[in-house]
Design a protein around this ligand. Structure first.
Ligand SMILES: NC(=O)c1ccc[n+]([C@@H]2O[C@H](COP(=O)([O-])OP(=O)(O)OC[C@H]3O[C@@H](n4cnc5c(N)ncnc54)[C@H](OP(=O)(O)O)[C@@H]3O)[C@@H](O)[C@H]2O)c1
Length: 347
């Protein structure tokens, strides 16, 4: 008899909804194979209200309720939910799935939400880069004290395994450094400049396709890449690098002629994030680099690529073709499978 895996969704936007859509299909089968049955006991949003029901919510009804300007209120059971903190304090769940917007300057209020959930004894799974970049070490320590998990595969390269790969498949190995091309908006813009489009047109395309951050300055000025660099440095190199310590240069000012001249010389300009151990310190930097065509980071289009430099395996590359909301939703499933294993082992 499978046990319930009670899931609370804090955030029900692009990623949260795609995850919910798949929870009844392929994700259900993956979780059942781990001996659990997913049960969504809470959904919280900013503008559509929240719903709590410890017997399990009808996920399809939740998806219907938030279409347009609809509300979750009719599905809610109990006193009204006053805030995200109130939701975390009251939801009956094994795991909080946190998919609220990333704040690139402070990582809040997501970091507080993770802390509250772990303190209450919930496992936390998130695609939000903020808590990972700003407070991973503290949150992991808190999770360990509470004998719970804080997992964040979706913070970098969506569901392509990065953190789980190193943690679960590369035992005894040290990551010495990394370089990555991890921001889909800048990739798209630079590829389109190579195809003769203007910077503004390429940015508008990225916005229309929904790949740009809500404030595109976060992509163009390298904030998104800096957060990912910190998440990698903190998650893979055991560092505590703060995003403000990242040497950061974005892609503003790059024009078609500059990019095309580089291409004629066999180079592609891409926004590269690097992390390197220097003695006892780890440095993270973000800047446009002229990469030889054929370099793993020099793909065209929205692909993401990461190369890890390790002591026992030399270089290991990870490539993610395209970068879509489906792939981010999959990261949540991958982490929930780890949570499910922890629950069934201690059952
Ligand atoms: N989209 C991607 O492909 C992708 C890829 C990698 C990582 N991520 C990360 O995944 C996270 C979610 O992304 P997304 O695209 O799903 O964002 P989104 O579409 O903007 O959805 C965010 C959700 O959070 C809710 N929310 C915001 N503030 C809240 C609060 N204080 N309390 C409760 N709910 C709150 C919003 O409510 P309303 O619905 O009422 O607005 C919405 O449901 C972000 O951190 C993002 O950086 C996304």
């Amino acid at each position: 008899m499978p046990r319930d895996l009670r899931i609370a969704l804090l955030g029900f936007g692009n990623v949260g909804r795609r995850f919910a859509e798949r929870l009844g299909g392929p994700y259900l089968r993956a979780l059942q194979r781990e001996g659990v049955r997913p049960l969504v006991t809470g959904v919280a949003t900013a503008r559509h209200g929240s719903a709590l029901d410890q017997r399990g919510l009808d996920v399809r009804a939740c998806l219907r309720a938030v279409r347009g300007s609809g509300s979750l209120a009719s599905l809610h059971f109990g006193l009204p939910v006053r805030s995200a903190a109130d939701f975390i304090a009251r939801v009956e769940a094994d795991a909080l799935v946190l998919v609220t917007p990333t704040d690139p300057k402070r990582g809040e209020p997501a970091t507080t939400h993770v802390r509250l959930a772990l303190t209450r004894g919930l496992n936390v799974v998130t695609a939000n880069k903020g808590p990972v970049a700003f407070a991973r070490r503290r949150l992991k320590a808190l999770a360990a004290r509470r004998q719970r998990l804080f997992l964040h595969e979706g913070a970098v390269m969506d569901g392509a395994p990065v953190f789980n790969l190193v943690e679960q498949c590369l035992p005894g190995l040290r990551v010495l450094g990394f370089r990555g091309n991890l921001n889909s908006t800048t990739n798209h813009i630079l590829s389109r400049l190579e195809a003769g489009r203007s910077f503004d047109t390429a940015l508008a395309e990225a916005q229309a396709q929904g790949i740009a951050e809500a404030d595109p300055a976060h992509d163009l000025d390298g904030w998104d890449a800096a957060l990912k660099g910190c998440a990698l440095a903190n998650g893979l190199l055991g560092a505590s690098v703060h995003p403000r310590a990242v040497k950061r240069q974005g892609i503003r000012g790059l024009s078609g002629p500059v990019v095309l001249t580089a291409l004629r010389e066999g180079r592609r300009i891409r926004l590269v994030v690097r992390g390197e151990r220097k003695g006892r310190h780890v440095r993270v930097s973000v800047r446009p680099e002229r990469l030889p065509v054929g370099d793993p980071l020099a793909g065209s289009g929205p692909d993401a690529a990461l190369v890890l430099r390790t002591d026992l395996m030399g270089e290991i590359g990870i490539l993610e073709r395209g970068m879509s909301v489906d792939q981010t939703a999959y990261a949540l499933l991958a982490d929930l499978v780890v949570v499910a294993r922890s629950l069934t082992r201690s059952y």
